[in-house]
Design a protein around this ligand. Structure first.
Ligand SMILES: Cc1ncc(C[n+]2csc(CCOP(=O)(O)OP(=O)(O)O)c2C)c(N)n1
Ligand code: SF4
Length: 306
């Protein structure tokens, strides 16, 4: 695990693999996460991206930001195409190449879930990373099944009716060697998570909460604050499951303590997408967050008792 100080030192020694001049929105946290993921993975990495913002923000031809091979893939096929790349390298006897699927939540939680479930069940040696901006942002902010309940999107103008699907827990239930959640706005968390995943053989899944100013409707200068509030409120829990054992990650420990948990309304308030929430709905969402935090605390306790 590196600290922020060590990471800053490494900044000058590690090659830059996501170059300046991408065509992402200003302050895009997904780009920040990809940049630090690549610093951890190194230049022997191949990226496969199903249709998502990343296909656009890698740059407009003939310019491109990633300094590693990058395959633009069909929306449903992020995991299956990566599995093909892995099989190809295995056939060539090349073992030191990281194959990374870099996908949005729509391409993961909705249309891509069967390809993902199949690839990890077949024990594909790759990293699948979902940057979760909680909606179809590339096509103009439509809801996905990772969009939280009551969010206003262009397809849910009165607020979404269903809760966010917890795909990281669904993947964890596949019992693969490494599953983790992390925060795009925290480079140390991203870097350490990808370093850990890189060292593991077999399927690895990383779910990255990626605050998105235009889609969530907050001031872009608040991007890091939004990521921190998601964690401090317990709305998004940082955890990892390594070889079946669940661990909560540093920043989320505090959120498991009800006394220290930031009220969820403080997370919702700066975001225009939650502008239609009534007091009753905020209190329902607070109960939902509290239940999920309690469930995680019980699980950690029961594993500690084993
Ligand atoms: C089969 C299919 N349906 C629809 C589209 C259009 N499309 C391209 S990207 C996208 C949304 C992607 O959303 P997500 O995966 O969440 O990534 P984000 O745009 O948020 O980065 C859609 C609907 C497509 N490319 N293929
Ligand atoms: S819409 Fe959101 S995720 Fe997509 S490039 Fe812009 S800030 Fe990034």
């Amino acid at each position: 695990m590196v600290s922020l100080k060590e990471l800053i030192k490494q900044e000058s020694t590690k090659p830059e693999l996501f170059l300046a001049g991408s065509s992402a929105c200003a302050g895009c946290s997904s780009v920040l996460a990809l940049r630090w993921a690549l610093k951890a993975l190194g230049k022997r990495t191949v990226i496969v991206s199903p249709a998502c913002c990343a296909n656009v923000y890698i740059g407009l031809w003939p310019k491109t930001s990633p300094a590693v091979p990058y395959i633009n893939m069909a929306f449903a096929a992020g995991a299956s195409a990566a599995a093909g790349v892995v099989a190809g390298y295995e056939a060539l006897g090349k073992k030191d190449i990281n194959v990374l699927t870099w996908a949005g939540d729509g391409g993961t939680v909705d249309i891509g879930i069967q390809a993902l479930s199949g690839a990890i069940e077949r024990n594909t040696n790759f990293i699948y990373a979902c940057y979760d901006n909680e909606g179809y942002m590339n096509t103009g902010t439509q809801r996905s099944s990772s969009t939280p309940k009551y969010t206003v999107t262009t397809t849910t103008p009165l607020g979404k009716h269903m809760h966010k699907k917890d795909v990281a827990q669904i993947i964890a239930a596949h019992d693969i060697p490494y599953v983790a959640t992390c925060l795009a706005t925290d480079p140390v968390d991203v870097y350490n998570t990808f370093m850990e995943a890189k060292a593991v053989h077999g399927p690895k899944y990383i779910h990255i909460l990626s605050p998105c100013a235009p889609g969530w409707r907050f001031d872009v200068s608040d991007t890091v604050k939004m990521g921190n509030l998601a964690v401090e409120s317990g709305f998004f829990l940082l955890w990892k499951q390594v070889d079946g054992r669940m661990e909560i990650k540093g920043k989320s420990l505090k959120a498991l303590d009800k006394e220290k948990r930031v009220p969820v309304k403080d997370y919702f308030k700066p975001q225009g997408r939650f502008r239609k929430l009534t007091e009753e709905q905020i209190s329902e969402m607070q109960d939902w967050v509290d239940r999920r935090c309690d469930r995680m605390a019980r699980r950690l306790q029961s594993e500690a008792d084993l």
